[in-house]
Design a protein around this ligand. Structure first.
Ligand SMILES: [Ca+2]
Ligand SMILES: [Ca+2]
Length: 378
């Protein structure tokens, strides 16, 4: 109830607040062949991801509301894309407590094959793990992609490889939600000094981070959702810092957690995530940004890697086993991709980061559920 009231109030407020977005929305609607104010279901010319939204319309809306991301001037792990990352990693399976614990699965993983693997554990006889559906909540029995080495952790040198991925879907206020996902090859955690030793906590391979722009039935932006360390923060659109129809978001140093950007005068690296976007560097270089690519739906993916349910980095220090009973997550291990992301995940397995506010939480195509892993293990 509160959810509905909150969205209704925001929609009314947005009527007055989003005039600045009108041009971009009209452009999106013109490209999609839809009259201003029409609902998304009215014209579907090509719908390869089967969500009822014309794919050209998804692209046009994504372009119109794509964020400006501000990275720290000394950010250690800048963006890359999946294909560039896969050139420097291998796929293995981690089987906690078995000997050996790690098995090689694929020395040359490709986007198309990430979801094609099966593994039967020697320690858990009869258990078959799938790389396109089994999600290991505590990272004890999981497919994973090995951490890339030092030079490749910095992100792609060529900013044309800084791909931004998006997911657009019908939402529960009769509109469309557009999620933007950036992929970083590594996440640098915090360093501590203790007992004369330097310790690092929270570093891991493969980091997916993002923001959601929630559009109402008239395709006006009403909410901005930001993926943080553990939770998703929702901000009314009119409270977000913006540049035309583009929200301005800052990415946390090393961890890439998304926050509303503040205008504090600090020099940052400015990254426009739309297709013809630019990257402006603190040293005044100005380079081309990467593509804006539709992921499709998990049930009908347009990017094949979307179905991969394993980890995007190595399994590091096993807090789960070293400190049993304390519930400490394996924060030094790789994290999941967009459709299996951990941020704000519900106890029943609903992947909030992928499906927040989706019109149909139970959407299922064949045997695939859009918003839930097929199987959950430890
Ligand atoms: Ca579609
Ligand atoms: Ca879609």
């Amino acid at each position: 109830m509160d959810f509905l009231r909150k969205h209704f109030a925001a929609s009314v407020a947005a009527l007055a607040a989003c005039v600045c977005c009108g041009i971009a929305m009209r452009a999106a609607q013109a490209r999609a062949g839809a009259p201003a104010g029409s609902s998304f279901a009215s014209s579907v010319a090509r719908d390869a991801d089967g969500d009822g939204i014309d794919d050209a319309d998804e692209q046009a809306l994504a372009e119109a509301f794509a964020p400006v991301v501000l990275h720290a001037a000394d950010e250690p792990n800048l963006p890359t894309n999946v294909d560039a990352f896969l050139r420097h990693t291998r796929m293995e399976f981690f089987d906690a407590g078995c000997s050996p614990e790690s098995f090689e699965i694929d020395p040359v993983p490709r986007s198309e094959s990430l979801g094609a693997h099966r593994f039967t554990s020697k320690c858990l006889p009869g258990m078959e793990f799938r790389s396109d559906g089994t999600r290991a909540e505590f990272k004890q029995h999981s497919f994973f992609l090995t951490d890339v080495d030092g030079p490749h952790r910095a992100g792609s040198e060529d900013t044309r490889e800084w791909t931004t991925y998006f997911h657009a879907y019908p939402n529960d206020i009769g509109g469309i939600t557009v999620q933007y996902w950036l992929f970083y090859p590594y996440n640098t955690g915090r360093s501590f000094s203790a007992l004369g030793r330097s310790l690092e906590l929270g570093s891991h391979g493969g980091d997916w981070e993002g923001v959601h722009v929630v559009l109402d039935a008239m395709r006006r932006p009403v909410w901005l959702r930001l993926l943080g360390h553990r939770d998703i923060t929702e901000v009314a659109w009119e409270r977000a810092r913006r540049e035309g129809s583009h929200p301005i978001v800052s990415s946390g140093w090393g961890s890439h957690a998304s926050e509303i950007a503040v205008d504090d005068g600090v020099s940052r690296l400015r990254h426009e995530t739309w297709s013809s976007g630019r990257v402006a560097w603190p040293d005044r270089r100005n380079t081309a940004s990467g593509a804006l690519v539709n992921l499709g739906e998990k049930t009908r993916p347009l990017a094949p890697f979307l179905t991969y349910s394993g980890l995007w980095g190595s399994v590091g220090f096993n807090f789960r086993r070293a400190l049993p009973g304390l519930g400490v997550p394996n924060v030094d291990s790789g994290y999941w991709g967009p459709a299996y992301n951990e941020t704000g995940m519900r106890a029943d397995g609903f992947v909030t980061a992928w499906c927040a506010g989706i019109a149909d939480e139970t959407k299922t195509v064949g045997a695939v559920r859009e918003c839930f892993p097929d199987a959950r293990t430890d």
